[in-house]
Design a protein around this ligand. Structure first.
Ligand SMILES: [Zn+2]
Length: 157
């Protein structure tokens, strides 16, 4: 890692700590040439494999962009979206695979989005699952109602 100030190629680690619940390590480094300090972040790369076969790093930003359209006009704020993206990343990481197909990212979005906003969820699911008829919506809404009812039952016990 080159020093961002003088481009010297050697640096000394002066401090390192885990961040984001151990998913990344942040190191404070000191340049052995100019002595200035800078920070590096190291994290395990989680790759998303697109349908075309191209891989790209998992990005919370992309998750947020993917759902923000479905959330238009809904009472969902930036914090909600950031939390949703965090949940999606956690569920993907907990699956333990280093590479995941992009459609699984979509699947991982559905649960947290349903908890966040039902209308946004229906919009997202309709595109993601390519709803082609009113029946598809009716079935999804029936499932949604069933899930809500079972949640209520759990909460009451
Ligand atoms: Zn330097």
């Amino acid at each position: 890692m080159r020093c961002p100030f003088c481009r010297h190629s050697d640096s000394r680690v002066v401090d390192s700590r885990e961040v984001e619940d151990g998913q990344a390590i942040r190191r404070r480094r000191s340049c052995t040439e100019c002595g200035r300090r800078f920070t590096t972040v190291e994290e395990a790369v989680l790759a998303v494999v697109k349908r075309s076969g191209v891989t790209e790093p998992f990005s919370r930003e992309k998750v947020i962009r993917g759902v923000s359209r479905a959330c238009q006009g809904r009472p969902v704020n930036d914090d909600d979206l950031a939390l949703l993206a965090h949940k999606v990343e956690e569920s993907i990481r907990s699956a333990g695979a280093a590479e995941i197909p992009s459609h699984e990212v979509g699947l991982a979005i559905l649960g947290p989005l349903r908890d966040l906003d039902e209308v946004a969820y229906l919009r997202f699911a309709s595109v993601y699952r390519s709803f082609s008829s009113v029946e598809d919506f009716e079935k999804e809404i029936a499932d949604l109602r069933a899930a809500i009812t079972s949640n209520d039952t759990e909460n009451n016990t």
